[in-house]
Design a protein around this ligand. Structure first.
Ligand code: IPM
Ligand code: MN
Length: 353
């Protein structure tokens, strides 16, 4: 199998964690005899400040026509306070490739990472399907009388029938494949009767196609409460773009922090993009302290998407072992730097090949 993967390190700790993800990919390619072609793109704040480039059309075209997947680090730099380059690149990929499923597993891999005193790691094991191409993220709106006492700002929340239906269907399809018994849909139709009545109606309609799976509605504010009170009740959760963004940071806390949260931006069967959920963490950059495990888990998701069966489960098991044995960074209880953590995972891959 020959596969081409675009690699964008981005800003801050992005290039450092992506380097560890690349190490893992290269080691696996060598061990398994895969033909993997990694194609790096220098995009991010440095490039933007140097020549104004954010996300050129040629790069978008190359990715869409030649690549099978994208591995992205993180975007965001204090020298670009309005995040203009970050939005162009991140939304260029998400919207440009129509990556409508933002798949974010909320899995706590080890008891030592579980922050809730009543629960164990095994009790936190679900996945959020976040709508990724619509909602409040589309940038429709405007400002009027800016800078005056009468100024107003409008940010529209766009929800299309097609967009809502396809993410809900993707969540149910995943539930069916994973053998899940429930799908929760988190919305706010009590306060947003136009947009989220559509969500609720779509949810009920799509649920009828999946008779073995119980469809449960939950208001998103209550969802925050329930995630902390009892995360064990969730298997598959589907929600809109903004709520998915917020719920998955809360979810990351249940996983042991942002350094453990992986994600895929997926259009099933098409070129898709994979990124750790964490940001660029500028104060940590260049110090060899960033946790690369979210990126390594993300590489697992990427490999599943490319059809390399079993690798995601193996990488997840090694990440759990890294936590168990302290072969990880300090904030998850370990004693290693970024690079040594990646090296340890690669060494264990070689030993267990
Ligand atoms: C995320 C991030 C982005 C988002 C930001 C950087 C625009 O928080 O991937 O969760 O809100 O989607
Ligand atoms: Mn976020």
């Amino acid at each position: 199998m020959s596969k081409k993967i675009a690699v964008i390190g981005g800003d801050g700790i992005g290039p450092e964690v992506v380097a560890e993800g690349v190490k893992v990919l290269e080691a696996l390619a060598e061990l398994r005899g895969w033909d993997l072609d990694l194609l790096p793109f220098e995009l991010g704040a440095d490039r933007y400040l140097r020549d104004g480039t954010t996300f050129p059309r040629e790069v978008a075209d190359t990715i869409a026509s030649e690549c099978d997947a994208v591995l992205l680090g993180a975007l965001g730099d204090p020298r670009v306070p309005d995040m203009a380059h970050a939005r162009d690149i991140l939304f260029g990929l998400r919207f440009g490739l129509d990556l409508y499923c933002n798949v974010r597993p909320i899995v706590c891999l080890h008891d030592s990472l579980m922050p809730l005193k009543k629960w164990r790691a095994a009790d936190c094991d679900f996945v959020v399907f976040r709508e990724n191409t619509e909602g409040i993220y589309v940038g429709v709106g405007g400002q009027f009388k800016k800078g005056t006492p009468d100024e107003i700002a409008i940010q529209e929340d766009i929800n299309s029938r097609k967009g809502v239906e396809r993410i809900i269907r993707a969540a149910f399809e995943h539930a069916r494949q994973a053998g899940a018994k429930t799908v929760h849909m988190a919305d706010k139709h009590n306060a947003m009767p136009h947009a989220h009545e559509l969500w609720l109606r779509c949810f009920q309609e799509v649920a009828e196609e999946y008779p073995g799976i119980e469809a449960r509605h939950v208001f998103v504010d209550a969802m925050c409460l329930f995630m902390v009170q009892d995360p064990s009740q969730f298997e598959v959760v589907v929600t809109c773009n903004l709520f998915g963004d917020i719920l998955t940071d809360l979810g990351a806390a249940l996983q042991g922090g942002m350094g453990m949260a992986a994600s895929g931006n997926v259009n099933p069967g098409k070129v898709s993009m994979f990124e750790p959920v964490h940001g660029s963490a500028p104060p940590l950059a260049g110090k060899d302290v960033a946790n690369p495990l979210a990126t390594i888990l993300t590489v697992g998701m990427l490999l599943t998407h490319l059809g390399f069966e079993g690798e995601e489960a193996r990488l997840t098991a090694l990440v759990r072992e890294a936590i168990e044995t302290g072969h990880c960074t300090a904030e998850v209880g370990g004693r290693l730097g970024t690079r040594a953590t990646g090296d340890w995972i690669v060494e264990r891959l070689r030993q267990t090949a």
